[in-house]
Design a protein around this ligand. Structure first.
Ligand SMILES: [Zn+2]
Length: 483
């Protein structure tokens, strides 16, 4: 039978604040285990939490970027459960009165742009981290690090609005891009800054009632979300096709082995016994703070992509790539201010991203080596045919490694269409490659490109390709007439 999947996502965003959510401990990653702890985040008796203003401000900006309704009064609640990585035996979260409700996140889906409806965004604290089991001599031990306990998180919950795992991956990519634009999280999934759980059920295509849902935990990469959901949708389809019933359960997805494992079934479902956190006042955010946080929003990535399409007449694909990182979009705009925007886009999407990827640089690191004005000079020189496109790439590489001003390199790489310089090269290449020459004469014109490439190489990229082509063609015609 054909089934339709119904999927909702719960995303946890670790905020890049200096300190933890309810105490002054550093929220940094990578410190020696159990050094960033205090009585508050260890849950010692009598310690009093205080809400981190920077974290609330980050939530206000994310909520407004997504068009959520912001509650001027929201409430922290205790979520009670026992787990060894949680020193207090409860987590401070928000329950029935969250800070943000509603809103949408625009994504690029299979059928074009669509706004994914959101349920809510609330503030909570992270748990510690367990390491287990590990071998120590003849024993197996578990260890726990509380450095992460109390680090601020935003939990963003979507409506069950997805039917396609690929759209869930697109959503996560769009969310990661947005929180990086807002500079509220590094959103590195491999470091756990952005984590995702998914609820999924299936129903016969074309029907309304929802099937029994399962929850997949720990989808910690964009590919993993898509693959884990596909695996679970396949599993549910097989169970129903075989006449079985879906049991409500929590599953863990192992991306390395593409396997799902049941973590707990419904019999062990949690009752968190939420109640308002007695040690914290109602979280009050005044109209002035809300408005002021809104005023600090940057141009949002999807707004910027649309502007790139309209202002620079770029294809939607280019606009998507160029606005994927705020720094890259800034860099592109600085280049496009000085040269043809489409040419600038080709250079940034092609050469710049290739160098950045190969060398493992960040965009700001690249910009430190090749400021936008330097790339613009190279693009302009190629457009003016002062240097060839090939030489332009060589100059760019030299600038990236040496930091030189490209203007000082143009003379050395000047384009040439001089017969005196190029004819000897053409003759040498034709003599050295009799087989491609024969094939060209036999009508295989594709070999001309190879011969032009060889002459270009001999000239150190300086030969104007159109001129080389003309010289090769006339040389071959002459020799044909001689023969
Ligand atoms: Zn602390």
């Amino acid at each position: 039978m054909a089934y339709e999947a119904v999927i909702g996502l719960e995303c946890h965003i670790q905020l890049a604040t200096r300190t933890k959510m309810f105490c002054d401990c550093p929220a940094e990653f990578g410190a020696a285990p159990n050094t960033n702890v205090c009585p508050v985040c260890l849950g010692l008796p009598g310690a009093l939490p205080r809400a981190n203003r920077a974290a609330v401000d980050a939530a206000l900006r994310l909520g407004q970027a997504l068009g959520c309704a912001i509650a001027t009064e929201s409430v922290f609640a205790r979520k009670n459960y026992f787990y060894p990585d949680m020193p207090k035996n409860f987590q401070i979260s928000q329950y029935d009165r969250p800070l943000c409700e509603g809103g949408t996140l625009p994504i690029e889906g299979a059928a074009g742009e669509r706004a994914v409806p959101l349920t809510r965004i609330h503030i909570e604290e992270d748990t510690g981290k367990s390491f287990h089991p590990e071998r120590r001599g003849d024993r197996r031990v578990s260890r726990v690090d509380f450095n992460r306990a109390g680090v601020p998180l935003l939990e963003l919950v979507t409506e069950p609005a997805f039917h396609d795992p690929a759209e869930c991956a697109a959503f996560l990519a769009a969310l990661r891009r947005l929180v990086r634009y807002l500079e509220i999280s590094d959103a590195e999934m491999e470091k756990g800054h952005l984590r995702c759980d998914a609820n999924v059920s299936i129903r016969p295509a074309g029907t309304i009632p929802l099937g029994t849902k399962t929850e997949i935990k720990n989808l910690n990469s964009i590919k993993g979300v898509e693959k884990g959901l596909r695996a679970e949708i396949d599993r549910q389809s097989r169970v129903i096709d075989d006449g079985g019933r879906i049991e409500q359960a929590t599953l863990l997805y192992d991306a390395d082995r593409d396997r799902l494992a049941v973590m707990r079934s419904k019999e062990h479902a949690h009752d968190y016994r939420y109640f308002p956190e007695p040690d914290l006042p109602v979280l009050t955010v005044g109209r002035a703070w809300i408005d002021e946080a809104r005023a600090r929003l940057p141009e949002l990535p999807w707004v910027r992509a649309r502007r790139f399409v309209e202002t620079f007449e770029l294809p939607a694909y280019d606009a998507g790539v160029l606005t994927d990182q705020r720094e890259l979009a800034d860099y592109y705009e600085a280049v496009a201010a000085e040269v043809d925007p489409k040419k600038a886009s080709n250079w940034v999407m092609g050469e710049v991203l290739r160098h950045v990827k190969t060398a493992g640089w960040t965009v700001p690191e690249w910009e430190g080596r090749v400021p936008p004005a330097h790339l613009a000079k190279i693009v302009a020189a190629v457009e003016a045919r002062t240097i060839t496109g090939t030489a332009g790439k060589t100059v760019l590489e030299t600038v990236a490694t040496s930091g030189a001003d490209p203007a000082t390199l143009f003379a050395e790489h000047a384009a040439t269409s001089s017969d005196d310089e190029l004819l000897p090269l053409v003759r040498r290449v034709l003599a050295a490659h009799p087989e491609p020459v024969r094939q060209f004469r036999a009508g295989k014109t594709a070999t001309l490109g190879f011969l032009i490439g060889q002459v270009m190489k001999e000239s150190g990229g300086k030969a104007v390709p159109q001129k080389v082509r003309a010289l090769i063609e006339s040389a071959l015609e002459e020799s044909a007439a001689d023969g």
